[in-house]
Design a protein around this ligand. Structure first.
Ligand code: FAD
Length: 1017
């Protein structure tokens, strides 16, 4: 930050010039009535209930085809907030809702109070006469008006027509044919066509060069469904020819083409595409200077990126037009970095730091005027003042969004006229597309501008003085300690005292490439798994995706060896328990650290032994580490000190938790490290010895895990690996007389078998904690955003080859939107890559073994006879030597057609009528399973209904339904899905403890001294 502060500092003269301009602009803006989106932001505080409800309506209403859901959404959003307070005296939702339509006509009127009084009577009469359809129509109209304020034109012809008066005023435009990012190849083709068509039309009108004529801004995410780092090669190869074609059109017409900046993890791709085009002589043969990219100042890489762009331009002998923005995805970046457990954020965490970075970048761009014509995009008067002063006559333009900053730039024009400055060119970034498609996207942008910290919001707030608005960001930041925002903790500190597991930023080539090199070297390593005591019987372990690869050997314990292990564990448990919660916590935390130190070995094993992709392997290790640290903190919380209990005076009552004895932990292959570690470490934390049985398919990962537990200092007899078959090892363990409990994750059938074995035992009845199968559903109503649904369905159903307990099996889609939704999901499936999990571009790896494959293949055969096939991907070439079941998508009529869980990448869809949500939830409950359920809906009452009625352990709303995070989303089901308590939750560790209460009569020796002392006190 110190470097940026130095780079951004303005000398005193420039600074006072900048402040004077900013002050004049801010004063001018305050003196006039706002228009367009600015007016909306003035009228509605987006942090308020009314503002949020309004945004929700705008985001969803126009895409809802059916009256039922539209009415539900309207009722949901209009009933809650206090509209009457907002708009005047009316207490009618309808009156207020309809008032919006008038509020938002673009010429937002002087005072909401006057308007609501005027309209109240008229609209009140209308609702009385016509009832609900009128309400619906009125609110839809309101949204359309809002749409017109956001969206410049529904197609390029409409947009060019609307641009005419602005062009007459000397303004120019950059059209963006945008919508949501493409989810299918078909969408991508449609967007590409829209861009092509737009450029052809613009070319017809272009005569004055790129600085004056309208041009286009391109979002690369619109041009490929997998424009992401993991598919970089394929995406860049597909996107490049399209952008080149567009660039060639732009070059011939001499209009600008800017590649927009998107999320930080796509920056490398944006640079790749940009660099490849820069090197293309044909594009620049005519001296075209309108090509460029957008640079986001909120990114920490922004300033070096400015240098890189200038150097690249010089190296190729090009002139460019480069846009500097602050960045539109700040909240997304913060969340993404937290979710991914990154070491730090890619963006600044203080608004003022972004402003400083913007200035530093602006200086760099202006200083590179030999190769860069800068475009400064902002709606901030202060930033405008600073850029203008900095430029000191060097050429540049300002850019603003359609509907925003209108008043501000009018003030600038007035000021320039007044002082006799040459007017600075201003360009309007103008989104083009249907209202229905664009509103969802634009609402998100609006929300960003409605943030408290944003200039647009602050200038609307009369409490913020002009002096505050025009403060010098450089001295403000300079004076701040610390420079980073203390309210935004680093991702590893999210959980207070417990360190969050470290993620791996695979999007960063400096992290990814060396890691892949090291993983390559690990491919030749062979591993062994041995029982804690004894020799076992050897068996080779091969890779599920390629049976020719031997990963290592497991030595499977015999029944006699299992018996010896249990006895040794039994003897060791007492002192382990006596160690106490704090000491055990330290050992578990040390284990977590060792896991992270050995991360690459685990990644390699997860891929080679369990067929996991690298992305899944990283998540697997993180979850394991989180389990260790969380259960350590639980040991500390519950097992360090006795819990004092209430009672009469003269008595001391205390509850203490202790280990029960020896626990058998029996793990599945689908999370060979995470679940294995969770099942092993929770009973350990509670003071038990653990015999831990890895799945037959994945003992090698378990062996490394236990080895590290021993290295950390957990005694060898206290935690022992017992590789082997369910029959020999599982059977011997669960029947063993010295056993004190079983913790298990796996199929419902195996859980039942264990339960029977336990029931037949003589001696003490012991606890059995089981997490079993599911028939997980997701419900999608017509208010959901198809692109979000598609993204979440694809990851829920197909990530990890569908081999997650939580994975989506049955999708319920409201019939009114089912065709479109199903088509988009099937289209997105086409963009999935199935194959070798060690290939970074692979989305779907193998299934675990032949037995698993056979069950899934049989189900697919059944589906082909009894259901409608929507999409079935081809088997990859790797299927010749490994076990693969490529993703499949079938439509069925009813949930009762499925009588078992299908543990793979097979998705079923069922249509339902919008007013039959209750029946859908009943059908899901009737399966008897209750693990995860997903819901995609914008209607809170629908969410409340599902939450209240669905008998499931984990309910996910408007997101995918996999990847539960330890402590944030304790995981586990009910009914056929498990016994509880939830893994990673506050009640889990205590389930492995026995409770002992001590009651001491403190007056036994005579007298109650403490009572008498207390009374005296
Ligand atoms: C013509 C035009 C084109 C655009 N193109 C793009 C594009 O290609 N890609 C893109 O990402 N955006 C783009 N934007 C949006 C732009 O990035 C800004 O979000 C927007 O213009 C607000 O900046 P401002 O100077 O007007 O407002 P200001 O209110 O001064 O600044 C808001 C900025 O501060 C950031 N911020 C808020 N809080 C914090 C914090 N705590 N720490 C750090 N930063 C914070 C916000 O994310 C936002 O970027 C474009 C904007 C315009 C006008």
């Amino acid at each position: 930050m110190a470097e940026r502060i130095a780079q951004a500092r303005l000398d005193a003269t420039t600074m006072s010039e900048a402040t004077a301009t900013a002050r004049a602009l801010a004063k001018g803006v305050r003196a006039h009535k706002p228009s367009g989106i600015d007016a909306f932001l003035h009228a509605y505080d987006l942090g308020s209930d009314e503002g949020i409800a309004m945004m929700c309506l705008a985001e969803a209403l126009l895409r809802i085809p059916d009256a039922h859901t539209a009415d539900e959404l309207i009722a949901d959003k209009l009933a809650g907030p206090d509209w009457s307070e907002k708009l005047g005296h009316s207490d009618s939702s309808f009156v207020n809702a309809a008032t919006f339509s008038l509020l938002l006509t673009g010429k937002v009127l002087e005072s909401a109070q006057d308007r609501s009084d005027n309209w109240k009577a008229a609209l009140g009469r209308a609702v009385g006469r016509l009832g609900e359809p009128v309400v619906r129509t009125a609110v839809r109209e309101a949204m359309k008006i809002l749409g017109r304020n956001f969206v410049f034109g529904r197609d390029i012809n409409e947009a060019l027509k609307r641009a005419v008066p602005e062009r007459k005023q000397g303004l120019s435009h950059s059209f963006d044919m945008l919508g949501e990012a493409a989810k299918t190849f078909e969408d991508a083709e449609r967007y590409a066509d829209a861009y092509r068509g737009a450029l052809d039309r613009i070319a017809e009108e272009a005569k004055n060069g790129f600085r004056k004529d309208p041009g286009i801004s391109v979002k690369l995410t619109a041009l490929h469904p997998r424009y992401e780092w993991s598919h970089a090669e394929e995406a860049v190869a597909a996107v490049l020819p399209v952008v080149r074609e567009l660039a060639l059109k732009a070059s011939k017409a001499d209009v600008h083409l800017t590649i927009d900046a998107e999320e930080a993890d796509r920056l490398e791709l944006q640079m790749d595409v940009f660099e490849a085009l820069l090197a293309d002589d044909e594009l620049f043969a005519n001296g075209w200077s309108g090509f460029g990219i957008a640079i986001q100042a909120y990114q920490k890489r922004a300033a070096p990126l400015c240098d890189w762009v200038a150097e690249a331009a010089r190296a190729h002998g090009r002139k460019l037009m480069v846009r500097l923005v602050k960045g539109a995805y700040w909240d997304t970046e913060i969340k993404a970095a937290q979710v991914a457990g990154l070491p730090d954020y890619p963006v600044f965490t203080r608004k003022v730091a972004t402003d400083v970075s913007y200035l530093a970048c602006a200086k760099k761009m202006l200083d590179a005027s030999d190769v860069i014509y800068p475009a400064f995009a902002t709606h901030n008067a202060n930033t405008i003042g600073q850029v203008k002063a900095l430029a000191a006559g060097r050429p540049f333009e300002f850019q603003r969004l359609h509907g925003m900053g209108e008043g501000l730039y009018e003030e600038l024009a007035n000021l320039e006229r007044h002082v006799g400055d040459v007017p600075t060119p201003v360009r309007i970034y103008a989104p083009v597309g249907s209202h229905k498609e664009l509103l969802a996207y634009l609402v998100r942008r609006l929300l960003e501008n409605g943030a408290n910290s944003s200039f647009v919001n602050r200038i609307a707030d009369e409490q913020v003085s002009i002096d505050e608005l025009v403060r010098d960001p450089v001295s403000e930041l300079d004076a701040l300690t610390p420079k980073r925002n203390p309210k935004i903790v680093l991702p590893n500190q999210l959980f207070g005292g417990r360190r969050n597991s470290a993620g791996v930023d695979l999007s960063d080539p400096l992290v990814r490439e060396p890691l892949l090199e090291r993983l390559k070297k690990l491919e030749t390593r062979t591993w062994t798994a041995k029982p804690g005591l004894g020799k076992g019987e050897g068996r080779a372990i091969v890779s599920p995706h390629d049976h020719r690869i031997t990963v290592g050997t497991t030595f499977e314990a015999t029944a006699a060896e299992v018996d010896r292990m249990v006895r040794a564990a039994h003897a060791a448990q007492v002192s382990w328990d006596a160690l106490g919660g704090e000491k055990r916590a330290q050992l578990l935390e040390r284990t977590a650290d060792l896991y992270e130190e050995h991360a690459e070995e685990f990644f390699s094993l997860c891929t080679r032994e369990a067929g996991k992709t690298l992305v899944d392997a990283v998540l697997e290790l993180r979850e394991a580490v989180d389990f260790l640290r969380f259960y350590a903190s639980e040991a500390r919380r519950q097992f360090t000190k006795p819990l004092p209990l209430p009672g009469p005076t003269g008595e001391q009552n205390e509850l203490r938790l202790h280990g029960r004895g020896v626990i058998a932990a029996i793990s599945p292959w689908n999370f060979p490290l995470a679940i294995f570690t969770g099942l092993t470490s929770a009973p350990l934390a509670a003071g038990n010895a653990v015999i831990t049985k890895p799945a037959g398919q994945t003992p090698l990962i378990g062996a490394l895990a236990v080895e590290l537990m021993h290295q950390a200092g957990i005694p060898k007899d206290v935690v022992q690996l017992a590789p082997g078959s369910g029959r020999v090892v599982g059977g011997t363990l669960t029947a063993h007389p010295l056993l004190s409990g079983v913790v298990f994750t796996g199929s419902t059938e195996t859980a039942r078998m264990i339960n029977r074995t336990l029931a037949e035992r003589d001696g003490p009845i012991i606890p059995f904690v089981a997490e079993t199968g599911g028939q997980n559903a997701m419900i999608v109503d017509s208010s959901a955003l198809p692109e979000q649904v598609t993204r979440d369905v694809i990851s829920s159903a197909f990530q990890s080859a569908g081999q997650r307990c939580s994975a989506l099996r049955v999708l319920f889609v409201q019939e009114d939107v089912a065709d479109g939704m199903i088509k988009m999901i099937a289209g997105a499936m086409e963009a999935l890559k199935v194959g070798d999990p060690s290939d970074l571009a692979t989305d779907v790896g193998p299934v675990i073994d032949e037995a698993a494959k056979k069950v899934l293949d049989d189900h697919l055969k059944w589906l082909d006879k009894n259901a409608k096939r929507i999409c079935r991907l081809k088997q990859p070439k790797e299927a010749a030597n490994g076990c693969f079941v490529a993703p499949a998508f079938y439509e069925i009529q009813s949930l009762s057609q499925l009588n078992q869980e299908n543990f793979g990448a097979i998705l079923h869809v069922i249509r339902f009528a919008g007013d039959k949500l209750g029946e859908v939830v009943d059908a899901i409950n009737a399966t008897g399973y209750g693990l995860t359920i997903g819901l995609q809906s914008r209607i809170d009452t629908v969410r409340d209904y599902v939450e209240e009625h669905a008998r499931v352990g984990n309910f996910y709303v408007n997101r995918n339904q996999i990847g539960a995070v330890v402590e944030s989303q304790p995981f586990g089901g009910e009914g056929l899905s498990g016994t509880g308590p939830k893994a990673g939750g506050p009640h889990y560790v205590a389930r492995f403890a026995t409770e002992r209460v001590t009651c001491i009569d403190t007056t036994a020796a005579g007298g109650n001294a403490s009572l008498m002392a207390a009374l005296e006190g």
